[in-house]
Design a protein around this ligand. Structure first.
Ligand SMILES: *Cc1c(COP(=O)(O)O)cnc(C)c1O
Length: 215
């Protein structure tokens, strides 16, 4: 049985849960769905494209992994939010494909906050370049809704906390500078099964949990 209920009751009401269903078979995902949950996350385009048609249409899918521009067209018809935007090129492609589908797709800017080299994401300078780009104001089929990041995979809680603080600070600075009167820019997606308690203490509004729910 899944641990959804226990987790949901432990989260403050302003924090939303994305149930990360990567590698989880549709039958098992449906157990969580039937308990009322509707927000699910996948990190591989192929897997999401294969699963989505097998599952109820009212699922709000969040894409949370590295996304190649040539895959955007397959998920644009249905995806609710793309949490892993790490380039202007990707943002443009999402806008284009969302427009074709007459949709608006919420996007989070993914930041590199961890020590590990392998994790994707923007740094502050890259984000400022993206925000300053002259094409951005004409992209009407995306909404930049906040930021996302992953902390270093480590036992060192102090390190993890410091990285989440850094992401919160990045969010606050972007909000002040670029979105002062825009309530749509409101999400800080941080926290996975091993570190979401710390993330929530540091200001997370979205946690992305896989193993804590399904295993
Ligand atoms: C897999 C994954 C998660 C969930 O990880 P768990 O440790 O299983 O909770 C969260 N975010 C991203 C980007 C992931 O790829």
């Amino acid at each position: 049985m899944h641990h959804l209920h226990k987790i949901l009751t432990s989260l403050p009401s302003h924090v939303r849960l994305v149930a990360v269903s990567k590698t989880i078979l549709p039958d098992v995902l449906m157990e969580v769905y039937r308990s009322g949950h509707r927000v699910f996350g996948e990190n591989r385009a192929q897997e999401l494209i294969a699963k989505q048609p097998l599952l109820p249409a009212d699922i709000q899918w969040h894409f949370i992994g590295h996304l190649q521009t040539n895959k955007v067209k397959y998920i644009a018809p249905f995806v609710e939010m793309i949490e892993s935007v790490d380039s202007l090129k990707l943002l443009k492609e999402i806008n284009k494909e969302a427009a074709k589908n007459e949709r608006v797709i919420k996007c989070l800017l993914q930041f590199h906050i961890a020590k590990e080299e392998t994790k994707y994401g923007l740094d502050i300078q890259e984000a400022e370049e993206l925000m300053a780009h002259p094409d951005l104001p004409s992209m009407h089929n995306i909404i930049i809704s906040g930021v996302m990041g992953m902390a270093t995979f480590t036992e060192d809680e102090g390190q993890v906390r410091q990285e989440f603080r850094k992401l919160k600070k990045i969010f606050d600075d972007l909000k002040d500078k670029h979105f002062p009167d825009n309530p749509s820019f409101c999400e800080i997606s941080m926290g996975m099964s091993d570190d979401y308690r710390i993330a929530v203490e540091e200001g997370s509004t979205i946690v992305r949990l896989g193993s804590a729910i399904f295993f």
